[in-house]
Design a protein around this ligand. Structure first.
Ligand code: CU
Length: 640
Protein backbone atom coordinates (compact mmCIF):
# COMPACT_ATOMS: atom_id res chain seq x y z
CA UNK A 1 0.00 0.00 0.00
CA UNK A 2 1.28 3.44 -0.83
CA UNK A 3 1.81 5.69 2.18
CA UNK A 4 -0.48 8.20 0.51
CA UNK A 5 -3.41 5.81 0.85
CA UNK A 6 -3.17 5.72 4.61
CA UNK A 7 -2.87 9.46 4.72
CA UNK A 8 -5.82 9.81 2.43
CA UNK A 9 -7.97 7.56 4.60
CA UNK A 10 -7.29 9.89 7.48
CA UNK A 11 -8.15 12.94 5.38
CA UNK A 12 -11.31 11.28 4.14
CA UNK A 13 -12.46 10.57 7.64
CA UNK A 14 -12.42 14.32 8.16
CA UNK A 15 -14.23 15.23 4.97
CA UNK A 16 -16.89 12.61 4.47
CA UNK A 17 -18.54 13.11 7.84
CA UNK A 18 -21.87 14.86 7.58
CA UNK A 19 -22.98 17.89 9.52
CA UNK A 20 -24.12 15.94 12.55
CA UNK A 21 -21.53 14.33 14.84
CA UNK A 22 -22.33 10.70 15.50
CA UNK A 23 -22.47 9.31 19.00
CA UNK A 24 -19.10 7.91 19.99
CA UNK A 25 -18.86 4.15 20.02
CA UNK A 26 -19.62 2.84 23.49
CA UNK A 27 -18.72 -0.76 22.79
CA UNK A 28 -16.23 -2.67 20.67
CA UNK A 29 -16.99 -2.63 16.93
CA UNK A 30 -19.82 -4.96 16.07
CA UNK A 31 -18.07 -6.26 12.97
CA UNK A 32 -18.64 -9.91 12.19
CA UNK A 33 -16.94 -12.21 9.80
CA UNK A 34 -19.05 -13.63 7.00
CA UNK A 35 -21.50 -16.26 8.05
CA UNK A 36 -21.13 -15.92 11.80
CA UNK A 37 -22.85 -19.02 13.16
CA UNK A 38 -26.26 -18.46 14.63
CA UNK A 39 -26.60 -14.88 13.41
CA UNK A 40 -29.47 -13.89 11.17
CA UNK A 41 -28.36 -12.45 7.83
CA UNK A 42 -30.01 -9.32 6.53
CA UNK A 43 -31.23 -9.64 2.94
CA UNK A 44 -30.90 -6.87 0.39
CA UNK A 45 -34.15 -5.27 -0.74
CA UNK A 46 -34.08 -4.12 -4.37
CA UNK A 47 -37.43 -2.35 -3.89
CA UNK A 48 -39.05 -4.07 -6.85
CA UNK A 49 -41.87 -5.69 -4.92
CA UNK A 50 -44.31 -4.07 -2.52
CA UNK A 51 -44.74 -5.76 0.84
CA UNK A 52 -48.01 -6.66 2.55
CA UNK A 53 -51.35 -8.06 1.43
CA UNK A 54 -53.74 -5.89 -0.56
CA UNK A 55 -57.46 -6.57 -0.30
CA UNK A 56 -60.30 -4.29 -1.40
CA UNK A 57 -58.52 -0.99 -0.91
CA UNK A 58 -56.66 -1.99 2.25
CA UNK A 59 -53.06 -3.01 2.69
CA UNK A 60 -52.28 -5.23 5.67
CA UNK A 61 -48.63 -5.29 6.57
CA UNK A 62 -47.17 -6.90 9.72
CA UNK A 63 -43.68 -5.54 10.38
CA UNK A 64 -41.12 -6.21 13.03
CA UNK A 65 -37.71 -4.88 14.00
CA UNK A 66 -34.92 -7.31 14.85
CA UNK A 67 -31.16 -7.39 14.93
CA UNK A 68 -29.21 -9.01 12.13
CA UNK A 69 -25.92 -9.13 10.31
CA UNK A 70 -25.77 -6.94 7.22
CA UNK A 71 -23.13 -7.07 4.50
CA UNK A 72 -22.94 -3.64 2.85
CA UNK A 73 -19.98 -4.60 0.65
CA UNK A 74 -19.72 -7.97 -1.06
CA UNK A 75 -21.65 -10.90 0.40
CA UNK A 76 -18.34 -12.63 1.19
CA UNK A 77 -16.91 -9.51 2.89
CA UNK A 78 -17.36 -8.93 6.61
CA UNK A 79 -20.70 -7.69 7.89
CA UNK A 80 -21.94 -5.54 10.74
CA UNK A 81 -24.76 -5.96 13.20
CA UNK A 82 -27.64 -3.54 12.65
CA UNK A 83 -31.28 -3.21 13.54
CA UNK A 84 -33.54 -3.74 10.55
CA UNK A 85 -37.17 -4.10 9.51
CA UNK A 86 -38.75 -7.32 8.29
CA UNK A 87 -42.18 -8.47 7.33
CA UNK A 88 -43.06 -10.60 10.35
CA UNK A 89 -41.63 -14.10 9.99
CA UNK A 90 -39.64 -13.18 6.83
CA UNK A 91 -35.94 -12.25 6.49
CA UNK A 92 -34.73 -8.85 7.64
CA UNK A 93 -34.35 -6.34 4.82
CA UNK A 94 -32.10 -3.36 4.11
CA UNK A 95 -33.60 -1.01 3.12
CA UNK A 96 -36.84 -1.87 4.92
CA UNK A 97 -39.78 -3.49 3.10
CA UNK A 98 -41.26 -1.31 0.35
CA UNK A 99 -44.70 0.01 1.20
CA UNK A 100 -46.32 0.97 -2.08
CA UNK A 101 -50.02 1.63 -2.61
CA UNK A 102 -52.42 3.65 -4.74
CA UNK A 103 -53.64 6.92 -3.27
CA UNK A 104 -56.62 6.42 -0.95
CA UNK A 105 -55.53 2.96 0.18
CA UNK A 106 -55.95 2.25 3.88
CA UNK A 107 -52.71 0.96 5.38
CA UNK A 108 -53.14 -1.35 8.38
CA UNK A 109 -49.75 -2.03 9.89
CA UNK A 110 -48.60 -3.81 13.00
CA UNK A 111 -45.08 -3.12 14.21
CA UNK A 112 -43.48 -5.47 16.68
CA UNK A 113 -40.37 -4.26 18.48
CA UNK A 114 -38.14 -7.25 19.15
CA UNK A 115 -35.28 -5.07 20.40
CA UNK A 116 -34.36 -4.63 24.04
CA UNK A 117 -34.77 -0.83 23.75
CA UNK A 118 -37.83 1.27 22.91
CA UNK A 119 -38.40 2.02 19.23
CA UNK A 120 -39.26 5.48 17.87
CA UNK A 121 -41.16 4.98 14.63
CA UNK A 122 -41.54 7.83 12.12
CA UNK A 123 -43.53 8.12 8.92
CA UNK A 124 -46.68 6.04 9.49
CA UNK A 125 -49.30 8.73 8.79
CA UNK A 126 -51.35 10.27 5.97
CA UNK A 127 -49.88 12.86 3.63
CA UNK A 128 -50.15 15.78 3.48
CA UNK A 129 -50.05 16.34 7.22
CA UNK A 130 -52.35 18.86 8.84
CA UNK A 131 -49.44 20.83 10.28
CA UNK A 132 -47.22 20.80 7.16
CA UNK A 133 -44.61 19.13 9.40
CA UNK A 134 -43.71 15.49 9.96
CA UNK A 135 -45.84 13.86 12.63
CA UNK A 136 -44.13 12.94 15.92
CA UNK A 137 -42.90 9.37 16.29
CA UNK A 138 -44.88 6.48 17.68
CA UNK A 139 -43.04 5.01 20.68
CA UNK A 140 -43.10 1.22 20.91
CA UNK A 141 -41.65 -0.24 24.14
CA UNK A 142 -39.20 -3.11 23.97
CA UNK A 143 -41.03 -6.34 23.19
CA UNK A 144 -44.33 -4.57 22.45
CA UNK A 145 -46.46 -4.51 19.34
CA UNK A 146 -48.53 -1.58 18.04
CA UNK A 147 -51.25 -1.31 15.39
CA UNK A 148 -51.47 1.72 13.13
CA UNK A 149 -54.10 2.50 10.55
CA UNK A 150 -53.97 5.45 8.18
CA UNK A 151 -55.00 6.39 4.67
CA UNK A 152 -52.23 6.93 2.12
CA UNK A 153 -52.92 10.46 0.96
CA UNK A 154 -51.38 12.48 -1.82
CA UNK A 155 -49.24 10.62 -4.39
CA UNK A 156 -45.49 10.94 -3.88
CA UNK A 157 -42.22 9.50 -2.61
CA UNK A 158 -42.25 9.25 1.16
CA UNK A 159 -40.49 7.10 3.70
CA UNK A 160 -40.60 5.63 7.17
CA UNK A 161 -37.71 5.30 9.56
CA UNK A 162 -36.97 4.48 13.18
CA UNK A 163 -34.37 4.78 15.87
CA UNK A 164 -33.99 2.93 19.12
CA UNK A 165 -33.13 3.80 22.72
CA UNK A 166 -33.58 7.55 22.22
CA UNK A 167 -35.20 9.65 19.52
CA UNK A 168 -32.84 11.68 17.35
CA UNK A 169 -33.18 13.24 13.90
CA UNK A 170 -32.82 11.10 10.76
CA UNK A 171 -29.19 12.14 10.10
CA UNK A 172 -28.16 11.73 13.75
CA UNK A 173 -28.96 8.06 14.13
CA UNK A 174 -26.16 5.92 15.55
CA UNK A 175 -24.66 3.20 13.35
CA UNK A 176 -26.91 0.29 14.44
CA UNK A 177 -30.08 2.27 13.58
CA UNK A 178 -28.97 3.77 10.24
CA UNK A 179 -30.65 1.04 8.18
CA UNK A 180 -34.03 1.35 9.91
CA UNK A 181 -35.48 3.08 6.83
CA UNK A 182 -37.85 2.14 4.04
CA UNK A 183 -39.66 3.72 1.10
CA UNK A 184 -43.36 4.52 1.26
CA UNK A 185 -44.51 5.25 -2.29
CA UNK A 186 -48.03 6.45 -2.99
CA UNK A 187 -48.98 6.08 -6.64
CA UNK A 188 -51.54 8.21 -8.41
CA UNK A 189 -54.66 6.27 -9.49
CA UNK A 190 -53.68 6.54 -13.14
CA UNK A 191 -49.93 6.57 -12.48
CA UNK A 192 -47.32 4.23 -13.93
CA UNK A 193 -45.56 1.85 -11.58
CA UNK A 194 -42.97 0.92 -14.20
CA UNK A 195 -40.07 2.47 -12.33
CA UNK A 196 -37.31 1.74 -9.84
CA UNK A 197 -36.99 2.91 -6.25
CA UNK A 198 -33.44 3.65 -5.06
CA UNK A 199 -33.12 4.18 -1.31
CA UNK A 200 -29.84 5.79 -0.29
CA UNK A 201 -28.67 5.13 3.24
CA UNK A 202 -25.49 5.79 5.17
CA UNK A 203 -23.64 4.02 7.98
CA UNK A 204 -20.90 5.46 10.11
CA UNK A 205 -19.17 4.13 13.14
CA UNK A 206 -16.58 6.18 15.01
CA UNK A 207 -13.98 4.07 16.77
CA UNK A 208 -10.36 3.94 17.84
CA UNK A 209 -7.97 1.79 15.79
CA UNK A 210 -4.33 1.48 16.88
CA UNK A 211 -4.76 4.48 19.14
CA UNK A 212 -6.21 6.69 16.36
CA UNK A 213 -9.78 7.87 16.19
CA UNK A 214 -11.30 6.92 12.86
CA UNK A 215 -14.81 6.89 11.48
CA UNK A 216 -15.77 4.01 9.24
CA UNK A 217 -18.31 5.10 6.67
CA UNK A 218 -20.50 3.49 4.05
CA UNK A 219 -22.93 5.10 1.62
CA UNK A 220 -25.37 2.68 0.06
CA UNK A 221 -27.93 2.42 -2.69
CA UNK A 222 -30.55 -0.22 -1.86
CA UNK A 223 -28.32 -1.67 0.83
CA UNK A 224 -25.05 -2.10 -1.10
CA UNK A 225 -21.95 -0.12 -1.99
CA UNK A 226 -20.45 0.04 -5.48
CA UNK A 227 -19.48 -2.23 -7.21
CA UNK A 228 -21.97 -4.49 -5.40
CA UNK A 229 -24.95 -2.25 -6.19
CA UNK A 230 -27.45 -3.59 -8.70
CA UNK A 231 -26.58 -2.98 -12.38
CA UNK A 232 -29.65 -1.53 -14.05
CA UNK A 233 -30.25 -2.50 -17.68
CA UNK A 234 -32.39 -0.74 -20.27
CA UNK A 235 -32.77 -0.61 -24.04
CA UNK A 236 -32.15 2.46 -26.16
CA UNK A 237 -35.39 4.44 -26.26
CA UNK A 238 -36.81 3.12 -22.98
CA UNK A 239 -38.49 5.52 -20.60
CA UNK A 240 -36.36 5.18 -17.47
CA UNK A 241 -38.14 6.27 -14.30
CA UNK A 242 -36.25 6.32 -11.04
CA UNK A 243 -37.29 7.47 -7.59
CA UNK A 244 -34.38 8.42 -5.36
CA UNK A 245 -34.81 8.75 -1.58
CA UNK A 246 -31.85 10.06 0.40
CA UNK A 247 -32.30 8.57 3.89
CA UNK A 248 -28.59 8.90 4.70
CA UNK A 249 -26.98 11.57 6.85
CA UNK A 250 -25.27 13.50 4.05
CA UNK A 251 -26.00 15.57 0.95
CA UNK A 252 -25.59 13.66 -2.31
CA UNK A 253 -25.37 15.62 -5.58
CA UNK A 254 -26.53 12.89 -7.98
CA UNK A 255 -24.90 13.01 -11.41
CA UNK A 256 -25.85 11.09 -14.56
CA UNK A 257 -23.16 10.58 -17.18
CA UNK A 258 -23.80 11.40 -20.82
CA UNK A 259 -27.41 12.57 -20.60
CA UNK A 260 -29.83 15.00 -19.04
CA UNK A 261 -32.65 13.72 -16.91
CA UNK A 262 -35.93 15.42 -16.13
CA UNK A 263 -36.80 16.09 -12.51
CA UNK A 264 -40.50 15.27 -12.07
CA UNK A 265 -40.89 15.77 -8.33
CA UNK A 266 -39.05 16.84 -5.20
CA UNK A 267 -40.14 15.99 -1.68
CA UNK A 268 -39.33 14.84 1.84
CA UNK A 269 -40.75 12.57 4.57
CA UNK A 270 -44.12 14.30 4.79
CA UNK A 271 -44.69 16.22 1.53
CA UNK A 272 -44.01 15.86 -2.18
CA UNK A 273 -44.37 18.33 -5.04
CA UNK A 274 -44.88 16.90 -8.47
CA UNK A 275 -44.07 19.44 -11.15
CA UNK A 276 -47.12 20.13 -13.29
CA UNK A 277 -47.16 18.46 -16.69
CA UNK A 278 -47.99 21.94 -18.02
CA UNK A 279 -44.83 23.53 -16.63
CA UNK A 280 -41.55 23.58 -18.52
CA UNK A 281 -39.25 20.59 -17.88
CA UNK A 282 -36.52 20.73 -15.25
CA UNK A 283 -33.59 19.21 -17.14
CA UNK A 284 -30.30 18.63 -15.32
CA UNK A 285 -27.42 16.19 -15.24
CA UNK A 286 -26.71 16.76 -11.54
CA UNK A 287 -29.25 17.28 -8.75
CA UNK A 288 -28.30 18.13 -5.20
CA UNK A 289 -30.24 15.85 -2.82
CA UNK A 290 -29.92 16.70 0.89
CA UNK A 291 -30.54 14.21 3.69
CA UNK A 292 -34.25 13.41 4.10
CA UNK A 293 -35.17 14.56 0.59
CA UNK A 294 -36.52 12.70 -2.43
CA UNK A 295 -36.84 13.11 -6.19
CA UNK A 296 -38.35 11.40 -9.20
CA UNK A 297 -36.56 11.48 -12.50
CA UNK A 298 -37.29 10.44 -16.06
CA UNK A 299 -34.65 9.74 -18.68
CA UNK A 300 -34.73 8.32 -22.19
CA UNK A 301 -31.34 6.84 -23.07
CA UNK A 302 -30.64 7.37 -26.76
CA UNK A 303 -27.07 6.01 -26.88
CA UNK A 304 -26.05 2.49 -25.85
CA UNK A 305 -23.23 1.67 -23.45
CA UNK A 306 -22.29 1.81 -19.80
CA UNK A 307 -23.28 4.90 -17.86
CA UNK A 308 -22.88 5.91 -14.24
CA UNK A 309 -25.47 7.51 -11.97
CA UNK A 310 -23.54 8.54 -8.90
CA UNK A 311 -22.97 10.94 -6.09
CA UNK A 312 -20.47 13.63 -7.11
CA UNK A 313 -19.31 14.29 -3.55
CA UNK A 314 -15.99 12.61 -4.30
CA UNK A 315 -15.29 11.73 -0.67
CA UNK A 316 -18.39 9.48 -0.82
CA UNK A 317 -17.28 7.54 -3.89
CA UNK A 318 -13.73 6.96 -2.72
CA UNK A 319 -12.72 3.61 -1.29
CA UNK A 320 -13.24 3.66 2.45
CA UNK A 321 -11.70 2.01 5.48
CA UNK A 322 -12.66 -1.62 6.01
CA UNK A 323 -15.58 -2.20 8.34
CA UNK A 324 -13.26 -2.93 11.27
CA UNK A 325 -11.38 0.34 10.74
CA UNK A 326 -8.33 -1.06 8.98
CA UNK A 327 -7.18 0.61 5.74
CA UNK A 328 -8.78 -0.60 2.53
CA UNK A 329 -6.79 -3.41 0.95
CA UNK A 330 -4.39 -2.24 -1.75
CA UNK A 331 -5.92 -2.16 -5.22
CA UNK A 332 -4.97 -4.87 -7.64
CA UNK A 333 -1.92 -4.04 -9.72
CA UNK A 334 -4.16 -4.02 -12.75
CA UNK A 335 -6.44 -1.34 -11.38
CA UNK A 336 -5.42 0.92 -14.25
CA UNK A 337 -7.39 -1.46 -16.47
CA UNK A 338 -10.20 -2.14 -14.03
CA UNK A 339 -10.34 1.26 -12.42
CA UNK A 340 -14.06 1.83 -12.06
CA UNK A 341 -14.63 -1.47 -10.30
CA UNK A 342 -11.57 -1.38 -8.06
CA UNK A 343 -11.07 2.24 -7.19
CA UNK A 344 -14.58 3.54 -6.63
CA UNK A 345 -17.10 2.75 -3.92
CA UNK A 346 -20.28 4.01 -2.33
CA UNK A 347 -23.46 5.48 -3.82
CA UNK A 348 -22.97 4.59 -7.48
CA UNK A 349 -25.26 2.71 -9.84
CA UNK A 350 -24.05 1.35 -13.15
CA UNK A 351 -26.57 1.52 -15.97
CA UNK A 352 -26.16 -0.57 -19.10
CA UNK A 353 -28.09 0.63 -22.12
CA UNK A 354 -28.44 -2.04 -24.77
CA UNK A 355 -28.40 -1.13 -28.42
CA UNK A 356 -31.72 -1.70 -30.17
CA UNK A 357 -29.94 -3.00 -33.21
CA UNK A 358 -29.47 0.32 -35.01
CA UNK A 359 -26.06 1.39 -36.18
CA UNK A 360 -24.00 3.07 -33.51
CA UNK A 361 -23.05 6.61 -34.38
CA UNK A 362 -19.89 6.68 -36.43
CA UNK A 363 -17.07 8.79 -35.13
CA UNK A 364 -14.30 8.79 -37.72
CA UNK A 365 -11.77 11.54 -37.41
CA UNK A 366 -12.35 13.18 -40.80
CA UNK A 367 -12.97 16.90 -40.51
CA UNK A 368 -12.53 17.01 -36.76
CA UNK A 369 -10.97 19.89 -34.93
CA UNK A 370 -7.91 18.42 -33.22
CA UNK A 371 -6.81 19.27 -29.69
CA UNK A 372 -4.23 17.73 -27.39
CA UNK A 373 -4.76 17.84 -23.63
CA UNK A 374 -1.70 16.96 -21.60
CA UNK A 375 -1.89 15.84 -17.97
CA UNK A 376 1.39 16.99 -16.44
CA UNK A 377 3.26 17.21 -13.17
CA UNK A 378 3.07 20.76 -11.87
CA UNK A 379 5.46 22.62 -9.61
CA UNK A 380 5.21 22.65 -5.84
CA UNK A 381 3.81 19.17 -5.16
CA UNK A 382 4.91 16.53 -2.69
CA UNK A 383 4.49 12.75 -2.36
CA UNK A 384 1.40 13.05 -0.22
CA UNK A 385 0.00 16.14 -1.96
CA UNK A 386 0.91 15.89 -5.63
CA UNK A 387 0.57 18.88 -7.93
CA UNK A 388 -0.81 17.97 -11.36
CA UNK A 389 -2.42 20.02 -14.07
CA UNK A 390 -3.36 20.21 -17.72
CA UNK A 391 -1.96 22.09 -20.66
CA UNK A 392 -3.76 22.38 -23.99
CA UNK A 393 -2.35 22.30 -27.47
CA UNK A 394 -3.85 23.17 -30.83
CA UNK A 395 -1.73 23.57 -33.97
CA UNK A 396 1.60 23.54 -32.17
CA UNK A 397 2.44 25.33 -28.91
CA UNK A 398 0.97 24.25 -25.60
CA UNK A 399 -0.86 26.66 -23.30
CA UNK A 400 0.51 27.18 -20.77
CA UNK A 401 3.90 25.98 -22.07
CA UNK A 402 5.40 25.48 -18.60
CA UNK A 403 4.23 25.36 -14.95
CA UNK A 404 2.09 26.43 -13.21
CA UNK A 405 -0.72 24.40 -14.75
CA UNK A 406 -3.40 25.59 -12.32
CA UNK A 407 -6.17 26.40 -13.17
CA UNK A 408 -6.80 23.93 -15.98
CA UNK A 409 -7.05 25.75 -19.31
CA UNK A 410 -10.62 26.54 -20.36
CA UNK A 411 -11.45 24.48 -23.44
CA UNK A 412 -13.78 26.37 -25.77
CA UNK A 413 -15.64 24.23 -28.31
CA UNK A 414 -18.19 25.08 -30.95
CA UNK A 415 -21.63 23.57 -30.86
CA UNK A 416 -22.05 21.03 -33.66
CA UNK A 417 -18.35 20.96 -34.57
CA UNK A 418 -16.77 17.49 -34.35
CA UNK A 419 -13.71 17.50 -32.12
CA UNK A 420 -10.93 15.04 -31.36
CA UNK A 421 -9.18 15.59 -28.04
CA UNK A 422 -6.15 13.41 -27.47
CA UNK A 423 -5.41 13.12 -23.76
CA UNK A 424 -1.72 12.54 -23.19
CA UNK A 425 -0.67 11.23 -19.80
CA UNK A 426 2.65 12.68 -18.66
CA UNK A 427 1.98 11.75 -15.02
CA UNK A 428 3.71 9.00 -13.05
CA UNK A 429 0.30 7.31 -12.57
CA UNK A 430 -2.70 6.29 -14.68
CA UNK A 431 -5.44 8.78 -15.44
CA UNK A 432 -8.51 9.34 -17.67
CA UNK A 433 -10.64 12.37 -18.52
CA UNK A 434 -14.42 12.60 -18.18
CA UNK A 435 -16.26 15.22 -20.23
CA UNK A 436 -18.81 16.11 -17.57
CA UNK A 437 -22.19 17.05 -19.00
CA UNK A 438 -21.32 16.38 -22.64
CA UNK A 439 -23.76 14.14 -24.50
CA UNK A 440 -21.38 11.71 -26.21
CA UNK A 441 -20.79 8.05 -26.93
CA UNK A 442 -20.13 5.91 -23.89
CA UNK A 443 -16.65 4.81 -25.02
CA UNK A 444 -15.39 8.41 -24.83
CA UNK A 445 -17.05 9.20 -21.49
CA UNK A 446 -13.83 8.72 -19.53
CA UNK A 447 -14.71 6.24 -16.77
CA UNK A 448 -11.70 3.96 -17.11
CA UNK A 449 -12.60 0.28 -17.02
CA UNK A 450 -16.32 0.98 -17.42
CA UNK A 451 -17.20 3.40 -20.25
CA UNK A 452 -17.93 1.67 -23.52
CA UNK A 453 -20.15 -0.95 -25.02
CA UNK A 454 -19.98 -4.74 -24.96
CA UNK A 455 -16.36 -5.83 -25.23
CA UNK A 456 -15.08 -2.37 -26.17
CA UNK A 457 -14.32 -0.76 -22.80
CA UNK A 458 -12.15 2.35 -22.42
CA UNK A 459 -8.97 1.68 -20.41
CA UNK A 460 -7.22 4.07 -18.06
CA UNK A 461 -4.35 5.90 -19.77
CA UNK A 462 -1.05 4.55 -18.43
CA UNK A 463 1.91 6.88 -17.84
CA UNK A 464 3.23 7.85 -21.26
CA UNK A 465 0.04 6.74 -23.00
CA UNK A 466 -2.69 8.60 -24.87
CA UNK A 467 -6.44 8.26 -25.44
CA UNK A 468 -8.33 10.01 -28.19
CA UNK A 469 -11.82 11.19 -27.26
CA UNK A 470 -14.16 12.07 -30.13
CA UNK A 471 -17.44 13.86 -29.81
CA UNK A 472 -19.59 16.58 -31.26
CA UNK A 473 -21.10 18.79 -28.56
CA UNK A 474 -24.79 19.17 -29.41
CA UNK A 475 -25.53 22.24 -27.28
CA UNK A 476 -23.86 25.40 -26.04
CA UNK A 477 -23.30 25.73 -22.32
CA UNK A 478 -21.00 25.43 -19.33
CA UNK A 479 -19.45 22.00 -18.76
CA UNK A 480 -16.42 20.50 -17.03
CA UNK A 481 -13.57 18.17 -17.88
CA UNK A 482 -11.93 16.28 -15.05
CA UNK A 483 -10.05 13.14 -14.14
CA UNK A 484 -12.21 10.12 -13.34
CA UNK A 485 -9.34 8.04 -11.90
CA UNK A 486 -8.46 8.08 -8.20
CA UNK A 487 -10.49 11.27 -8.11
CA UNK A 488 -10.08 12.40 -4.54
CA UNK A 489 -6.33 12.51 -5.07
CA UNK A 490 -6.16 13.59 -8.71
CA UNK A 491 -8.82 16.30 -8.52
CA UNK A 492 -7.14 17.82 -5.50
CA UNK A 493 -3.84 17.63 -7.40
CA UNK A 494 -5.41 19.87 -10.06
CA UNK A 495 -6.79 17.70 -12.87
CA UNK A 496 -9.90 19.64 -13.87
CA UNK A 497 -10.96 22.59 -15.99
CA UNK A 498 -13.92 24.34 -17.56
CA UNK A 499 -15.32 23.13 -20.88
CA UNK A 500 -17.32 25.85 -22.60
CA UNK A 501 -19.41 25.20 -25.69
CA UNK A 502 -20.52 28.24 -27.68
CA UNK A 503 -22.59 28.79 -30.81
CA UNK A 504 -19.52 30.00 -32.69
CA UNK A 505 -15.94 30.06 -31.51
CA UNK A 506 -15.74 33.85 -31.69
CA UNK A 507 -18.74 34.08 -29.36
CA UNK A 508 -16.62 33.39 -26.29
CA UNK A 509 -15.26 36.69 -24.99
CA UNK A 510 -13.29 36.25 -21.75
CA UNK A 511 -13.84 39.91 -20.91
CA UNK A 512 -17.60 39.27 -20.70
CA UNK A 513 -17.72 35.54 -20.12
CA UNK A 514 -16.58 34.95 -16.55
CA UNK A 515 -15.74 31.33 -15.78
CA UNK A 516 -15.86 30.99 -11.97
CA UNK A 517 -14.77 27.50 -11.04
CA UNK A 518 -14.32 26.33 -7.46
CA UNK A 519 -11.97 23.43 -6.70
CA UNK A 520 -10.13 21.89 -3.74
CA UNK A 521 -6.79 23.38 -2.60
CA UNK A 522 -3.83 21.09 -3.21
CA UNK A 523 -2.70 21.27 0.41
CA UNK A 524 -4.84 19.92 3.23
CA UNK A 525 -3.45 22.82 5.31
CA UNK A 526 -5.65 25.08 3.12
CA UNK A 527 -8.80 23.05 3.73
CA UNK A 528 -10.62 25.99 5.34
CA UNK A 529 -10.57 27.89 2.02
CA UNK A 530 -11.18 26.95 -1.62
CA UNK A 531 -9.60 27.70 -4.98
CA UNK A 532 -11.41 30.01 -7.37
CA UNK A 533 -10.03 29.50 -10.88
CA UNK A 534 -7.02 27.77 -9.39
CA UNK A 535 -6.04 30.40 -6.82
CA UNK A 536 -6.81 31.28 -3.20
CA UNK A 537 -6.44 34.99 -4.05
CA UNK A 538 -8.13 35.73 -7.37
CA UNK A 539 -7.26 39.01 -9.10
CA UNK A 540 -9.92 41.69 -9.39
CA UNK A 541 -12.02 41.65 -12.58
CA UNK A 542 -13.40 44.60 -14.56
CA UNK A 543 -16.99 45.26 -15.59
CA UNK A 544 -18.66 48.22 -17.27
CA UNK A 545 -22.02 49.71 -16.39
CA UNK A 546 -24.83 48.61 -18.68
CA UNK A 547 -22.98 45.75 -20.36
CA UNK A 548 -24.09 42.12 -20.20
CA UNK A 549 -21.89 39.60 -18.48
CA UNK A 550 -22.29 35.86 -18.37
CA UNK A 551 -21.17 34.25 -15.11
CA UNK A 552 -20.42 30.56 -15.56
CA UNK A 553 -20.35 29.03 -12.09
CA UNK A 554 -18.86 25.59 -11.47
CA UNK A 555 -18.51 23.64 -8.20
CA UNK A 556 -15.95 20.90 -8.72
CA UNK A 557 -14.81 20.73 -5.12
CA UNK A 558 -14.25 17.17 -3.92
CA UNK A 559 -16.25 17.44 -0.71
CA UNK A 560 -18.13 20.75 -0.28
CA UNK A 561 -21.71 20.06 -1.47
CA UNK A 562 -23.26 23.22 -0.02
CA UNK A 563 -21.30 26.10 -1.58
CA UNK A 564 -23.08 29.43 -1.81
CA UNK A 565 -21.96 31.68 -4.68
CA UNK A 566 -22.98 35.34 -4.25
CA UNK A 567 -22.50 38.69 -5.94
CA UNK A 568 -22.70 41.72 -3.66
CA UNK A 569 -22.27 45.46 -3.49
CA UNK A 570 -21.93 47.22 -0.13
CA UNK A 571 -22.73 43.94 1.59
CA UNK A 572 -26.06 43.57 -0.21
CA UNK A 573 -26.97 40.94 -2.77
CA UNK A 574 -27.29 42.21 -6.33
CA UNK A 575 -29.70 40.61 -8.80
CA UNK A 576 -28.94 38.41 -11.79
CA UNK A 577 -30.95 36.40 -14.28
CA UNK A 578 -30.74 32.61 -14.44
CA UNK A 579 -29.71 31.39 -17.91
CA UNK A 580 -28.72 27.73 -17.69
CA UNK A 581 -28.29 24.77 -15.34
CA UNK A 582 -25.66 22.09 -16.05
CA UNK A 583 -25.22 23.53 -19.54
CA UNK A 584 -28.90 23.30 -20.46
CA UNK A 585 -30.55 26.62 -21.33
CA UNK A 586 -33.48 27.31 -19.01
CA UNK A 587 -36.97 27.67 -20.51
CA UNK A 588 -38.25 31.24 -20.34
CA UNK A 589 -40.46 30.63 -17.28
CA UNK A 590 -37.39 29.47 -15.33
CA UNK A 591 -34.96 32.07 -16.72
CA UNK A 592 -35.95 34.64 -14.14
CA UNK A 593 -34.32 37.54 -12.32
CA UNK A 594 -33.59 36.95 -8.65
CA UNK A 595 -31.15 37.66 -5.82
CA UNK A 596 -27.56 36.98 -6.92
CA UNK A 597 -27.02 33.91 -4.76
CA UNK A 598 -27.08 30.20 -5.58
CA UNK A 599 -26.34 27.04 -3.60
CA UNK A 600 -24.30 24.52 -5.57
CA UNK A 601 -23.53 20.87 -5.07
CA UNK A 602 -20.44 19.18 -6.51
CA UNK A 603 -20.62 18.68 -10.25
CA UNK A 604 -23.28 21.34 -10.85
CA UNK A 605 -22.89 24.31 -13.18
CA UNK A 606 -25.09 27.40 -13.33
CA UNK A 607 -25.02 30.30 -15.79
CA UNK A 608 -26.32 33.73 -14.81
CA UNK A 609 -26.55 36.99 -16.71
CA UNK A 610 -25.52 40.09 -14.82
CA UNK A 611 -25.76 43.72 -15.95
CA UNK A 612 -24.03 46.19 -13.57
CA UNK A 613 -26.14 49.28 -13.06
CA UNK A 614 -23.71 51.51 -11.12
CA UNK A 615 -20.00 52.19 -10.87
CA UNK A 616 -18.26 50.98 -7.72
CA UNK A 617 -16.82 47.96 -6.01
CA UNK A 618 -18.58 44.63 -6.10
CA UNK A 619 -17.60 41.33 -4.59
CA UNK A 620 -18.07 37.79 -5.87
CA UNK A 621 -17.79 35.47 -2.92
CA UNK A 622 -18.05 31.78 -2.15
CA UNK A 623 -19.28 30.71 1.25
CA UNK A 624 -19.55 27.30 2.83
CA UNK A 625 -21.91 25.63 5.30
CA UNK A 626 -22.62 27.97 8.17
CA UNK A 627 -21.65 31.00 6.09
CA UNK A 628 -17.86 30.81 6.36
CA UNK A 629 -16.16 32.87 3.65
CA UNK A 630 -14.03 30.52 1.54
CA UNK A 631 -12.79 32.79 -1.25
CA UNK A 632 -13.73 36.14 -2.78
CA UNK A 633 -12.96 38.10 -5.93
CA UNK A 634 -13.28 41.90 -6.23
CA UNK A 635 -15.13 43.24 -9.28
CA UNK A 636 -14.47 46.87 -10.28
CA UNK A 637 -17.39 48.40 -12.14
CA UNK A 638 -16.55 51.47 -14.18
CA UNK A 639 -18.44 53.63 -16.66
CA UNK A 640 -18.55 52.35 -20.22
CU1 CU B 1 -22.71 11.48 -1.73
Amino acid sequence: MRPTLLFRCFVLAIFVIGNAEPRAAQSPPSVRNPSSPGVERVSINDNRFAAGALDRGSLTIPLEVREGEWHPDGDADPGVVVNAFAVEGAPLQVPGPLIRVIEGTTIRATIRNRLTEPLFLHGFYSRPTASAEPEPPLVIPAGAVRQIEFVAGAPGNYFYWADSARDVSLPERPAPDTQLSGALVVDARNGSTNDRVLVMTGWRDPRVVDGERVTVIRFLINGKTWPHTERLTYDVGDSVRIRVLNLSFAVHPMHLHGFYFRIDSRGNEHADSTFSSQSSPHLVNTERLPSGQTLSLTWIPTRPGNWLFHCHFIGHTQRQLQLDGRPAPPPDEHHAVNHAIEMMAGPIVGITVRSNGGNAARSDSIGRRTLRLMARVDSGGSDTEPAYGFSLEENGGALPPRPPYLPGPTIVLQRGEPVSITVENRLPEATAVHWHGIELESYYDGVAGFSGNGQQIAPAIPPGGTFEARFTPPRSGTFIYHTHVDEFRQLQAGLSGALIVVDSRGAFDPSRDFVLMVTTPRRVADANVVLLNGTLTPDAREMHVGERYRLRLINLHTYRPNLRMRLLRDGRLLTWRALAKDGMDLPSDQAIVGPAEVQMGNGETYDFEFVPDAVGEQLFEVRGMGGALLVSMPVHVTAT
